[in-house]
Design a protein around this ligand. Structure first.
Ligand code: HPA
Length: 272
């Protein structure tokens, strides 16, 4: 089956399973944000394994579940589980997912992730709106694409109007929402202190191992993008503690409740 066929089949299957009135917003859940899936009302679930264009996710990692329903009264399609570039060395693991979203009428991709903070004033548990990104490995999910469409404009990759709506929603909800540049690194190893100093000198405020490939795919497919980073730890060398996955998960759990409230408020404010 070609990629295009897999997307067409997946889109047809989803339309059948989800019925009429497909949502316009998809929310891709990153580490620390997964409790959000449990908040979805009138949920209809489809596992990634049932969807030919979706990646097969490593056992024991992310669930690989698509859940349609309502969050804070807003129709959404929640995606729990992404394939990371560090699993394969490639940035195109979510290509079929993003193209399927576009094919079923999704207009906005809201991405969430966990990230390390490069700013002493931005503490674990706080949330940063991604204003822009730095693709540190300079990998693309569009390698091998043809056509002029592959030369995607990223000069406003994180939709300015959606960001303004998100800022206003956070202010109304009384939850601090910072904003800054997210640096994408390959991982799976954490950074060295020297790498963190370099990224800070580049203007990055947060660092993480996801999101950027999906943003590129989404812009290529014509979706608008909004992204929120939950800061789970201070980046390497900023505090005298070694980093570990367990450390970042603990940081995520600490901030997760507030982050979820913020996300629901943002979803309610999005005009799309
Ligand atoms: N570095 C890279 N990715 C991350 C980090 C970090 O410090 N924290 C959470 N994801």
């Amino acid at each position: 089956m070609s990629d295009a066929e897999a997307v067409a089949r997946t889109a047809a299957l989803l339309k059948q399973r989800l019925g009429p009135g497909a949502p316009r917003i998809a929310v891709l859940l990153g580490s620390g944000w997964s409790p959000l899936a449990a908040e979805v009302q009138d949920a209809v679930d489809v596992t990634y394994a049932e969807l030919p264009a979706f990646p097969v996710l490593a056992v024991g990692g992310h669930a690989g579940l698509l859940r349609a329903g309502r969050l804070g009264g807003v129709e959404v399609l929640v995606l729990a589980g992404r394939q990371h570039a560090y699993e394969t060395g490639r940035a195109d693991g979510m290509r079929g997912v993003i193209r399927t979203l576009a094919a079923i009428g999704i207009r906005v991709l809201v991405q969430t992730n966990a990230a390390g903070s490069l700013d002493a004033a931005l503490r674990p548990g706080e949330v940063m709106l991604v204003g822009d990104h730095i693709n540190v490995p300079q990998l693309s999910p569009l390698f091998g694409e043809s056509g002029d469409g592959r030369f995607v404009d990223l000069s406003a990759a994180y939709d300015p109007a959606l960001r303004a709506q998100a800022r206003a929603a956070a202010a109304r909800a009384g939850i601090a929402l910072h904003e800054g540049v997210y640096a994408w690194v390959m991982g799976p190893q954490f950074e060295t202190p020297a790498e963190i100093r370099m990224l800070r000198s580049f203007g990055a405020r947060a660092v993480g191992m996801s999101t950027v490939p999906e943003t590129i795919l989404a812009r290529h497919a014509g979706l608008r993008v909004l992204a929120l980073s939950l800061l789970t730890n201070m980046a390497a060398g900023m505090e005298p503690v070694p980093l570990s996955h367990a450390h970042t998960l603990a940081g995520a759990a600490a901030g997760s409740e507030r982050a979820l409230r913020l996300l629901v408020a943002v979803l309610q404010a999005l005009e799309c």
